[in-house]
Write a protein that binds this ligand. Sequence first.
Ligand code: SF4
Length: 317
Amino acid sequence: MSSIAVSLLDCEFDESKCLEADDYQTRVGKWCAGCGDFGALNAVKRLLAKEQLQPEKMAFVSGIGCSSRFPHYVNAYGFHGIHGRALPIATGLKLARPELDVFVVMGDGDCTSIGAGHWIHATRYNPNMTVLLLDNNIYGLTKNQTSPTTPEGYASNTSPRGSVLPALDPLQATLGVSNASFVAQTADWVPAHLYATLQAAYDHNGFSFIRILQRCPKFTPDVFDDAIKNPDHVELLVHADGVDAPGLEKLFKARREHNPKDLDEARALAQRSDLLRLGIFFKDDSFPVYDEIRAVSPVSAEEKINKLEKEFDRYGV
Ligand code: SF4
C-alpha cells in the first residue's frame, strides 16, 4: 500500500489536501479494452474520494476471476483470495477489525458457483460490508466457460451447443435468503446509476449486495445488447429511499416507483423478465448485523493473562 495517508482534518481545512479519485488507483487495470470492470473501478474510486476514505482504514477482498484483480488496483489493504472464498475471508476480517470499511469484489463464476454456499450464508449473517458481484455471464479469466448466470442457449467452450439450463438469477437468489438487507442491480454502462448505487450500498448498515451487469467484449459481447441499444427496455426503480441520478430521466423513460422496503414486490420484480430493471430492489436497515452481534469489548493484556491463569488453574493438580 503506498503511503498517501492524509488526515480527514487536513482535507476539511484545506481542499488541496483531499484525496482525489485517482489517488485511490495504484496502476492501470489489466483488463481487455472495453471491459466493464474499468467502469466499476472508476465508480469505486469516485466513491472513495467522495467519502475521503483513508487507504489504511479500508480493505478490498476478492476471489478469483477477471474482476478479482480489483484489490491490486485500489490503494487500500487488499486480499486477493481463493476461488469462491472472498466472503468468508471478508467476514473474518470484519469481525476481527470492525472499524475497517470492507469491500468485496466477485465474479459470477466465483460467487454463484463455487462460492454459492458462502454467498447464501454471508447474506444471512448480514455483516456490514459492500459487496460487488460483477456479472458478465461467463467465466472470463479461464477463457469462456458457462457460468451459472450464462443465458440458456448461449454457447461457450464448455457448452458449444449452448447452455442447457435456465440461468440462475442472483437477485432472486439473494432476495430469497432470510435477513438479506440490501439487494440492488446496476450496470457498468450507466456510470451515474452505478455510482449512485454504490453510494447507497456504502451508506447501508449491513450486507449490501450489488449485482453489476458487466460487459465482457471478449466472451459475451452481446448478452446485454438489447438493454444497451434500446434504453426503452430498461426500467429504473425509483423511490425517495432508492437511487437516482441527474440526467437518467432523459435516457430512461421507463421508471417505476418501488418502495425498497417492500420485499414481496422486490421478489416479484426480480422474477419478471419483460424489462431489465436497475435500482434498489430491497433495503432494510433494521435487520441484525452479525459483526455488531458478535462485537466484544476490547480486552486488556492484563485481563487476558488473568483469564488464561484462571483456565490453567482449572487443570491444576
Ligand atoms: Fe473483461 Fe472479459 Fe477480458 Fe475478462 S475476458 S478482462 S471480463 S473483457
